[in-house]
Design a protein around this ligand. Structure first.
Ligand SMILES: *Cc1c(COP(=O)(O)O)cnc(C)c1O
Length: 375
């Protein structure tokens, strides 16, 4: 078998830090349960490995976006509850029941599909009903929640195990939409309860709400980004104190050359150097998830503990950095694109700020082409 780990660019995933972050979060939001959100390959960190680490550190359930993501976790030997975060096509209901997944339902059509699949194998299956309190993406309208709950209650094959919602502006805790959504959610829960509809699992919070807003916690919090040690947003920095980024992107210098003052590097020859400079080539690029436009914002990588600026357009498979007059850099030296080296740390959130995006998109974008090493 080919050993992809020999490539001179890789990702380090520190599973000890998944445990560290999960334990901190679980303690801060106790007695609310942590359900680890491991969709999109655990935000690029590796779903099975992260799930096992999170469950070891106190998470009691998992959340994914897709049935195939959940099946991969079951194939990896994971038996914890796995919640699907939105209603899935009716054609997947059989797999949902077969693999003992927790379906989210928002429509009677979706609930019926699960009921039919459950009846076929003679089982009663627990589902969670999603309510749209203002995000306006998926979920049943509050005014239709009772009818859907009664439809679920009337099926001999379904059991209402959860009721939940999701905040649109959780990363700005002071935004009035948070309080409005929370109020609408609790009003809807009260209305349902007055008709005898209750469920053991009530949840609303993602990382940002769970860490900043105690009355958003209910029985479960769906924790994603904070478990990976990244910020939900700049306004949540204080609440994330003590959390450490889990992913680090590393490489080795693969080529070196001196260029003269007035010369430039990479496609477009966009930026000339002012003095004779040593240019180090790093063998990864935008096909690996390094944003092409990163060079425009004078982003640096670390080599031998010193920041070195990306000095030309990031190409598909390689990028170049300016080592100035420092002739000590040699082929094979370790490069940190994000992570720590010496006294410096660069985080995916730093890249996100430079690229006008969020840390979520940076880590999810580190492509499968790069080997993940678990440390
Ligand atoms: C992705 C997702 C989460 C996790 O959000 P974080 O900000 O990463 O904690 C929680 N709930 C739902 C519905 C999601 O889609």
């Amino acid at each position: 078998m080919t050993d992809f780990s020999q490539r001179w660019a890789w990702v380090d995933i520190n599973l000890g830090l998944i445990q560290h972050n999960t334990a901190i979060i679980a303690q801060r939001i106790d007695p609310t349960e942590v359900w680890a959100v491991v969709k999109a390959g655990a935000y690029g960190h590796g779903a099975v490995q992260v799930s096992q680490a999170a469950l070891t550190a106190g998470a009691t359930g998992l959340c994914v976006a897709l049935v195939e993501e959940a099946i991969a976790l079951r194939a990896g030997g994971i038996s914890a509850p796995i919640l699907l975060l939105s209603e899935q096509p009716a054609s997947q209901a059989h797999d949902i029941v077969l693999h003992d997944l927790v379906a989210t339902v928002s429509t009677a059509v979706g609930a019926s599909a699960i009921a039919v699949a459950a009846a076929q194998v003679g089982r009663v299956v627990g589902v969670h009903m999603k309510i749209d309190t203002g995000m306006h993406r998926v979920g049943v309208a509050p005014s239709e929640a009772l009818a859907l709950a009664q439809f679920i209650g009337s099926s001999e094959s379904l059991r209402l195990d959860g009721i939940w919602t999701h905040f649109a502006v959780a990363d700005t805790p002071s935004h009035p939409a948070n309080a409005a959504q929370l109020q609408l959610f609790t009003n809807t829960l009260d209305m349902l309860a007055s008709h005898g509809v209750t469920a053991p699992c009530i949840h609303a919070a993602n990382s940002a709400s769970a860490l900043t807003t105690p009355n958003s916690r209910f029985s479960i919090a769906r924790i994603g980004i904070a478990m990976y040690g990244l910020l939900p947003g700049p306004d949540v920095r204080d609440a994330c104190a003590g959390l450490i980024p889990v992913m680090s992107l590393r490489a080795r210098v693969s080529a070196l050359r001196w260029i003269d003052a007035g010369e430039a590097v990479s496609y477009g020859l966009r930026r000339t150097v002012l003095a004779k400079s040593l240019i180090a080539t790093i063998p990864l690029g935008y096909a690996d998830g390094v944003p092409r436009r990163l060079w425009e914002s004078h982003t640096s990588v670390l080599i031998n503990g010193i920041p070195r600026e990306i000095c030309g357009t990031v190409s598909m498979d390689q990028l170049m950095v300016d080592c100035g007059s420092d002739s000590s850099v040699t082929i094979g030296d370790e490069v940190v694109l994000f992570g720590s080296q010496g006294e410096h740390t660069i985080t995916p959130d730093d890249w996100a700020a430079r690229c006008g995006t969020i840390g979520y998109e940076i880590v999810c974008g580190i492509s499968a082409r790069i080997h993940r090493r678990y440390v």
